[in-house]
Write a protein that binds this ligand. Structure first.
Ligand SMILES: Cc1ncc(COP(=O)(O)O)c(C=O)c1O
Length: 446
């Protein structure tokens, strides 16, 4: 079966009709990267309501590392649906909650005993991590990074740094959030060059503690090990260790937001494993449950126990169906094959993108780790002026040819790849061919 099979132009007539109904019935706020209505999906292929088969490099924004409708995930979730759909952990707890917590505790970096609690989304995991950090330290402030994304609920949004479209019109935000530049070396906020800079962006935090907030009032630093929505920015290898040392110096907790980087995307279960850094709290969501809504907060047991009984939770947090799906997802990772796939995908992407970089001046930067790769598009390489419209045009040219992609970056000029790790070599090759054709079509008219 070919990976891409188009029966109609994209979007087809059924998608267009549904879009008209959507415009009338659903507010503008919930965006969509494509005008294509999904009908079914398996592995790395999605079928739309017009019967077109599209290759998926978006994975529902990184939620499908094990692939769409993975057989073991569907079986586990389906069986649980008929047993206990919801009981509420706060009323009558159930074993799967404890079992998944035990597994995630064992898999979290660092030797200290861990505890885990569950919520419904990445944003909710962020909210709870900050609450726990405040309870554990008795401090109020939180340091987050420029170009970071932590979600859309009000505290998570206060930590998120992209103004358009996320923050504009929604303030005022939660007080106590401090912000500093991330190690975004391609666009260094200090106009320095690594490694000559000596990681000035970390040293500058000491300055921030003098000018803006006392270190002893900071509960936590929250950091994405690789920026997700911010454009798949991979910091230098010594960045996270230096940040860890700084937080330890000041008794500040380190929260690793692995919502997008986690569950094998970077070739390891957690992206922090590449650096050897042990965070105090690690949060996960997205791919944890193979497409079902689930978020997890795992942390040092003494930190996690700082919040009192009833202080944390929520009606649906740790839903039994999502938990069984997550346990099945973890089993899919047990033999290590998906981590190897992530590396293989990254290698194939890097090889192809290296060739594009030689012939397509629009490509300013190609970067990534594991299967988390991105292209940053610029109007010209000298000025690095972000090529936002061109990036949107490439994404459109791609989906019109049957490849789903999504963009990222504070300037909207990054194309990121979040394909299911189960994508076959053939599918990957076809997807990269389409991406190349889309790039060339836009670069040609640039
Ligand atoms: C790093 C990171 N944190 C938090 C979130 C928020 O997750 P959710 O959309 O599930 O609320 C996201 C979502 O993209 C994310 O990438």
């Amino acid at each position: 079966m070919p990976a891409i099979q188009l029966q109609t132009e994209i979007p087809g007539p059924r998608s267009r009709a549904l879009m008209a109904r959507r415009q009338a019935a659903v507010p503008r706020g919930p965006f969509h990267a494509t005008p294509i209505f999904a009908s079914r999906a398996h592995g790395a292929v999605l079928e739309d309501v017009d019967g077109n088969r599209l290759l998926d490099f978006a994975g529902g924004i990184g939620c499908l590392n094990v692939g769409h409708t993975d057989a073991s995930v569907v079986a586990a979730a389906g069986a649980q649906l008929g047993r206990l759909t919801h009981g509420c952990f706060h009323v009558t707890p159930y074993e799967s909650y404890v079992r998944l917590a035990e597994r995630l505790n064992a898999l979290a970096p660092g030797p200290a005993p861990k505890k885990t609690m569950f919520v419904n989304s990445g944003a909710e995991a962020v909210e709870n991590a900050v609450k726990i950090a405040r309870a554990a330290t008795g401090r109020g402030a939180v340091l987050a990074f420029e170009d970071g994304f932590h979600g859309r609920t009000l505290l998570a949004l206060s930590l998120t740094s992209k103004v358009h479209p996320y923050k504009v019109g929604f303030g005022p935000f939660v007080p106590g959030v401090q912000r500093a530049p991330y190690a975004y070396c391609y666009r260094c906020a200090y106009k320095l060059t690594y490694p000559a800079c000596g990681l000035h962006c970390v040293d500058a935090l000491e300055d921030l503690f003098k000018r803006h907030v006392a270190a002893e009032e900071v509960a936590a630093v929250i950091v994405e090990p690789v920026l997700g929505e911010g454009g798949f920015v991979v910091p230098p290898g010594d960045y996270l260790p230096r940040l860890r040392a700084l937080t330890e110096r000041h008794g500040i907790l380190l929260i690793a937001d692995e919502v997008q980087t986690g569950f094998g995307r970077t070739g390891k279960l957690w992206a922090v494993e590449h650096s050897g850094v042990v965070p105090d709290i690690l949060i996960a969501a997205k791919s944890i449950a193979g497409g079902l809504p689930l978020g997890a907060i795992t942390g040092r047991a003494d930190v996690m126990d700082a919040a009192g009984p009833g202080g944390l939770g929520g009606t649906f947090g740790g839903n039994p169906v999502a938990l069984e799906a997550a346990l099945a997802v973890l089993e899919r990772f047990d033999d290590g094959a998906l981590y190897a796939r992530a590396e293989r995908i990254g290698q194939a992407f890097r090889e192809r993108a290296g060739r594009w970089a030689a012939s397509v001046p629009l490509l300013g930067d190609v970067r990534g780790v594991g299967a988390m790769w991105a292209l940053e598009l610029v109007k010209d390489r000298a000025s690095k002026a972000p090529a936002k419209d061109e990036t949107a045009a490439v994404a459109k040219a791609a989906y019109e040819r049957g490849l789903l992609t999504i963009t990222a970056g504070t300037y909207g000029n990054v194309l990121r790849t979040l394909m299911p790790l189960v994508i076959s070599d053939d599918e990957l090759r076809v997807g990269l061919d389409v991406l190349e054709a889309a790039l060339v079509s836009v670069a040609g008219s640039h």
